[in-house]
Write a protein that binds this ligand. Structure first.
Ligand SMILES: C[S@@+](CC[C@H](N)C(=O)[O-])C[C@H]1O[C@@H](n2cnc3c(N)ncnc32)[C@H](O)[C@@H]1O
Length: 273
């Protein structure tokens, strides 16, 4: 289905507005004033269901709406998000998955929001960081759906991590690389950086690094009541992280963790270890 007028048709459907709202990394109080205003300006808020293991995340979105939504005309609409094919090669699988999500959004938006309506998507953390919402929106626009996009920034897991540990993200004048567990495991510590922030890590990719060469600041479920923080010299705290991580994952069924790793002796320590 496309909102694009047929060839020769000079009428134009009023574009819908898509509000891509960063909601922060787990603490409802991460919602900014701009995010609350955008939420309340929406006709429809789309709430994705990502399967039973991620129900907590859908619930956080609903909790945010219960807490901050005061506009009685705004409707919440739940929908099932397509699942990525975990067996297929990563890049191809992600590409296909984004096509499937774009098609799914197009159906839900076409069904639930009239031309000219305002639709909100609540994005974990900030929409610019390891999140594909904006790439998927670009597919919808390229496919002819009339959409004006408004992005509202949010507090990222990186800011939640550095604040929780009371540390600076960078050393003085030092470079920071934001990377994934997959890349850290495959490529080692980024050679040009003092500091690496590791996200999307299904395991503990830092285990491959020299235990005497780095300090680590690790956090799981940041900003939530289940937050766990561990920091110290890599070799000294790896086992503690392993134990805490396994126990938390067993108890909740899923884990979201982020860590900041810094070369030992990289200028300053930028905070307590
Ligand atoms: C798909 S990315 C989303 C990042 C998000 N857009 C942001 O701005 O933080 C998911 C990754 O973010 C990190 N993450 C997000 N929320 C977190 C939290 N509350 N605690 C720890 N890590 C978190 C984890 O590394 C997780 O694998």
């Amino acid at each position: 289905m496309s909102d694009a007028p047929a060839i020769g048709d000079t009428r134009r459907a009023a574009p819908r507005t898509l509000l891509v709202i960063g909601i922060g990394a787990g603490d409802p109080r991460h919602m900014t004033v701009a995010a609350i205003e955008a939420l309340n300006s929406a006709d429809v808020v789309l709430i994705p269901h990502k399967g039973p293991q991620k129900d907590d995340l859908a619930e956080l979105r609903r909790a945010i709406c219960r807490r901050f939504l005061t506009n009685p005309a705004t409707r919440l609409v739940g929908f099932d998000l397509p699942v990525r094919d975990a067996a297929a090669p990563y890049r191809a699988a992600v590409d296909r998955w984004h096509d499937d999500i774009a098609a799914c959004w197009q159906t839900v938006i076409g069904r639930e929001a009239a031309p000219g309506a305002r639709i909100a998507l609540l994005v974990w953390g900030d929409p610019s960081l390891y999140d594909s919402t904006l790439r998927i929106v670009a597919r919808l626009v390229a496919g002819g759906m009339g959409l004006e996009t408004v992005v509202v920034p949010g507090i990222t897991a990186i800011q939640a991590l550095t604040a929780a540990h009371g540390i600076a993200l960078n050393t003085i004048g030092g470079a920071v690389v934001i990377t994934t567990g997959r890349r850290l495991r495959a490529e080692g510590f980024p050679p040009a950086a003092d500091t690496a922030v590791v996200m999307l890590d299904a395991g503990m990719a830092f285990e491959g690094l020299d235990p005497d060469g780095f300090d680590i600041w690790w956090g799981a479920y940041l900003g939530t009541g289940d937050e766990i923080l561990i920091a110290g010299p890599l070799g000294a705290v790896t086992e503690r992280i392993r134990t805490a991580r396994a126990a938390a994952r067993a108890a909740k069924g899923w884990i979201m963790d982020t860590c900041l790793i810094r070369r030992r002796g990289a200028g300053d320590r930028s905070g307590p270890v």
